[in-house]
Design a protein around this ligand. Sequence first.
Ligand SMILES: Cc1cc2nc3c(=O)[nH]c(=O)nc-3n(C[C@H](O)[C@H](O)[C@H](O)COP(=O)(O)OP(=O)(O)OC[C@H]3O[C@@H](n4cnc5c(N)ncnc54)[C@H](O)[C@@H]3O)c2cc1C
Length: 348
Amino acid sequence: MATPPSSGGSTPHSTGHASVPEVAGAAAHRLVIIGSGPAGWTAAIYAARAQLHPVVYIGVPKADPGPILPGGQLMLTTEVENYPGFEHGIQGPAMMEIFQKQAQRFGTVVAPEDIVSVDFSKRPFTMTTSEGAVVRAQSVIVATGATANWLGLENEMRLARSGGGVSACAVCDGALPAFRNQVLAVVGGGDTAMEEATYLTKFASTVYIVHRRDSFRASKIMQERFMSRHNAKVLWNSAVVDVVGDQTIEGVLIEDTVTKQRSRLDVKGLFIAIGHTPTTKFLKTSGLEFDESGYIVLKSRGSVTNIPGVFAAGDVADGQYRQAVTAAGMGCQAALDAERWLAAEGVH
Ligand SMILES: Cc1cc2nc3c(=O)[nH]c(=O)nc-3n(C[C@H](O)[C@H](O)[C@H](O)COP(=O)(O)OP(=O)(O)OC[C@H]3O[C@@H](n4cnc5c(N)ncnc54)[C@H](O)[C@@H]3O)c2cc1C
């Protein structure tokens, strides 16, 4: 079950941090990886086994984690049921601990700091950490992920944190028993909301899309795909203004955005599909190319960005799939791309 950030944050993986080797003068790490989610750790496993001696900047744990959370988004999750290899599912934080241990087993160095700014205009690349240290690297993998956007209602966040039937990921949680043959609501009006709602129609008795306007901004084909389902319904000009339920969700309070009249809709699940924000703010002046939503643009099927030697992997470069297994796959690609690029550049 997906849960959003809680105040107090999740426990970072503090086990076995090796100190980061000093890089003096022109010497530089062969590979620095920014981010410790599935993409970052998978890149580290591959790069460490290829003897690139990667250093992973995992981010500093914070009371209100926001976009920087050592271990990444799965630290905010309870059960992960769809990652291959875990037949009976696994808790998100436990899974990320295994990723980290596997990366460290091959010599990955873990740096518990944020990267706050970068200079990718010349090589070796330089990056500044939250401690003020300057780090040099011949190649960099950006794996800084993304964060789901929430409505920000108190009861929404409470029930999402406790696994009480509020989620920001239908593909992750929609198939759980609690949602089967139930009335569910999806908030949003774009392609993601259509996709999530259409997915939920396979399991639910009825799926309502609650949308604040009188038309969707989603593509026609995605709208039709949802509307063609026998159990699909839309509440136009409607905003969720509260979530009702103690341990688990029982309903949502809807406000008509035109008349301001309020009514209750009984639901057993609420899925928020109002977009994600890729974690790229600290890269804004890096020269990296971003799309209109802020995702890093990849130049090929792999992880190549517009800056030679800088690679990107996972949710920071993927607004479409946003799954742990796809992020891990992209991390693998990035490490292989970096290894080949360094070899071609004669960096040993
Ligand atoms: C609540 C929730 C539940 C989910 N459940 C599932 C599920 O059941 N199954 C599934 O497959 N997927 C699930 N997902 C999606 C999955 O978590 C993501 O697709 C996956 O974590 C993306 O991995 P990533 O490595 O790209 O990025 P992330 O996991 O987002 O990791 C990003 C990393 O970058 C670090 N970072 C960011 N900025 C900096 C910086 N400036 N300096 C240093 N470090 C930085 C962060 O600390 C973090 O370690 C869920 C997502 C959410 C939000």
